[in-house]
Unconditional design. Structure first.
Length: 259
């Protein structure tokens, strides 16, 4: 497997055609059958998902959450940011010592994934509303620009429970399944695998993040080549629903018990 950054992408502005921008810089880099990973930051910028704190007048709940976080951390918390997080979320999993939420497309993350860096002229950068639809549009745009059959993954970075550091994750994808199902296959000792489902879009996002980087010199689009899904069954299930997410259920019970 090879990974290569798409070079010289400009600062993205609302309305920019990401597929065309990539295609114009992809000669000798991108081919049919490749996977293109695209950082959610530039997808959000192209879709006009920038905002300012003044766009989110704080309600009572946001003020309460900000006050609780200030009391716990000793740091000043802007209740307007808490309001933005609430408006970008469908479920509040934890309120303290940080805000953990479910986004409108099912991703559970801190602060609804709202970024306060890499957003010139604004305070906030919100996640794409529907990243899988964004991936579909980029995939279709690449085909229109001479690059058919390129799978697309919209990526972000996210912290991990029980571990330090962040790693790349997939928010949306098109042109490939999200996961590879090994259940029913045999291990090297002949035992049948009963639970192994491999999240390939997350693994490719994480690999691409090593090339993308996190600093000012980061490159937001990466081509993955010579990777094959194989002949296993695939699935588009990625985000656990509440009924099957026992950690989230436990956090919810803890939250209710502590109030």
């Amino acid at each position: 497997m090879e990974l290569q950054a798409v070079p010289d992408l400009p600062e993205i502005r609302p309305g920019d055609d990401l597929a065309a921008l990539v295609a114009n810089r992809a000669d000798g880099i991108l081919e049919s059958g490749d996977v293109l990973t695209v950082a959610s930051t530039i997808v959000s910028k192209a879709e006009g998902r920038m905002a300012d704190l003044e766009d989110f007048p704080a309600g009572l709940r946001a003020r309460e959450i900000a006050g609780r976080l200030e009391a716990l951390t000793g740091e000043e918390k802007d209740p307007r940011f808490a309001q933005a997080v609430l408006e970008e979320s469908t479920d509040l999993v934890m309120e303290a010592p940080f805000i953990l939420t479910e986004t409108c497309f099912g991703h559970v993350c801190v602060n609804a994934g709202i970024d306060r860096s890499n957003v010139p002229d604004h305070d906030l950068l919100l996640l794409p509303r529907r990243p899988t639809e964004s991936a579909m549009r980029i995939r279709e745009g690449l085909a229109d620009n001479g690059y058919p059959d390129v799978a697309v993954i919209v990526t972000d970075t996210c912290g991990r429970p029980f571990r330090h550091g962040q790693r790349g994750v997939a928010l949306g994808w098109a042109g490939m399944p999200a996961s590879r199902d090994w259940r029913g296959e045999r291990d090297r000792d002949g035992r049948e695998l009963g639970v192994t489902v491999q999240s390939v879009v997350d693994e490719l996002a994480s690999a691409a993040n090593l090339v993308t980087g996190e600093g000012a010199d980061g490159t937001p689009a990466v081509v993955v080549r010579d990777w094959a899904f194989g002949n296993l069954e695939g699935s588009d299930e990625l985000f656990r629903d509440l009924e099957g997410d026992f950690v989230r259920q436990a956090l919810r019970e803890w939250r209710y018990d502590s109030t």
